[in-house]
Design a binder for this molecule. Structure first.
Ligand code: 2NL
Length: 354
């Protein structure tokens, strides 16, 4: 019996895995195991022999069982330690950079412009980007021979072969939205029309698609003085500083009289600063709505009058944020725009994580 104990105690101690351990259990204390067989043989013994051997065998069986259980626990613990060593994770590592989107500077400036003019009582009107030539040109008193209508300057759509109707155009300004608004709602009115416009032009200061905001205010006695006050309020709010303006006589087919508006500025180290100095920078066109344009919008020019203005959003964004090249807006390298101080871009880039 001592031999059996020694044999199994050392085999159990040496077992390398759970299946070896299970084999040993079957071999020792299983139904046909060595110890079980010896227990069965107790029946053939004399009473004295049995009294001696019985408790010893029971004790041996208990000892083997607890050795098996202890070894099983030890093997399990060792396996867990091994796994924990292998699956070690450094939770102090910095997090992976997450891709983040941000608002485009043109959208940001459109919202800034819209918010300021909304405070001055203007509401936003929108309309189609593909227009009939009537809404884009005729209604605005732009005659058929005007250079703006030449194919050199305007994108025209194609008509089917044999279709003699005039082709549609990509709107060259947001004025057609204002004509549509006059037709639909009449006077009085006070609206702005922000949106994309298209001209066949591409160089350092022109892109074929750009963004514009036009404004229109019509009432019984709306005047050039109201225009001047409105624009001065606007510039001061937009640039966050008092901005002097200069109105120069000009000509547009859709306004009479017409004025180009300059704002006070100063050149500093090759870039322009608005609201100081004694240089002037042209930023928008404006005037009193031409009677023919009111008429085209279904409004009686004998009863109503008003002002209109138009400005390029891209240009306003460049001036406010000191961006020298219009093409920055179409460049996917956000580092470049961030350099010019767009707060909404002070975040990691989507694609590059920079
Ligand atoms: C410019 C010139 C301007 C307008 C736009 C306008 C619209 C209607 C009637 C009359 Cl419906 N005028 N818009 C007026 C004057 C100038 O834009 O150089 N913009 C960048």
């Amino acid at each position: 019996m001592d031999d059996l104990r020694e044999k199994y105690v050392s085999l159990i101690a040496a077992a390398a895995d759970e299946s070896t351990l299970e084999d040993l259990r079957v071999q020792a204390v299983g139904k046909k195991g060595e110890i079980s067989l010896q227990m069965r043989s107790l029946g053939k013994m004399s009473a004295e022999e049995r009294q001696l051997a019985g408790p010893k065998l029971n004790a041996l069986k208990d000892e083997i069982n607890s050795a098996l259980a202890a070894k099983k626990t030890a093997l399990g613990d060792a396996a867990l330690d091994e796994r924990l060593r292998g699956e070690w994770l450094d939770v102090t590592l910095p997090a992976r950079q997450r891709a983040m989107g941000s608002i485009h500077p043109i959208s940001q400036v459109t919202e800034e412009v819209t918010a300021i003019l909304a405070d001055l009582g203007f509401s936003v009107a929108e309309g189609p980007q593909i227009e009939s030539d009537w809404y884009n040109f005729d209604a605005l008193n732009i005659p058929g021979h005007h250079p703006a209508r030449a194919e050199m300057d305007t994108f025209y759509t194609h008509r089917a072969e044999g279709d003699e109707r005039p082709p549609h155009v990509l709107r060259t300004h947001t004025s057609p939205v204002q004509i549509r608004h006059m037709e639909a709602h009449g006077a009085p009115c006070r609206i702005i029309c922000p949106g994309r416009v298209y001209r066949a032009d591409y160089d350092q200061t022109h892109t074929p698609m750009f963004n514009q905001v036009e404004g229109l205010a019509i009432d019984k006695d709306t005047s050039m003085a109201n225009l001047k006050w409105t624009l001065e309020e606007f510039f001061t709010a937009f640039f966050g500083t008092n901005v002097k303006t200069r109105f120069r006589a000009s000509h547009f087919p859709f306004t009479e009289p017409s004025a180009e508006v300059d704002i006070q500025c100063q050149w500093k180290d090759g870039s322009v600063v608005v609201g100081e100095g004694d240089d002037w920078l042209e930023v928008l066109g404006s005037g009193m709505v031409h009677p023919k344009v009111l008429q085209a919008g279904g409004i009686d020019p004998a009863e109503w009058q008003g002002f209109a203005f138009g400005m390029g959003i891209d240009r306003m964004a460049m001036l406010k944020y000191g961006i020298p090249d219009l093409r920055a807006f179409f460049d996917s390298d956000l580092r470049w725009l961030r350099h010019y101080g767009f707060a909404s871009l002070q975040q990691p880039n989507l694609a590059t994580g920079l």
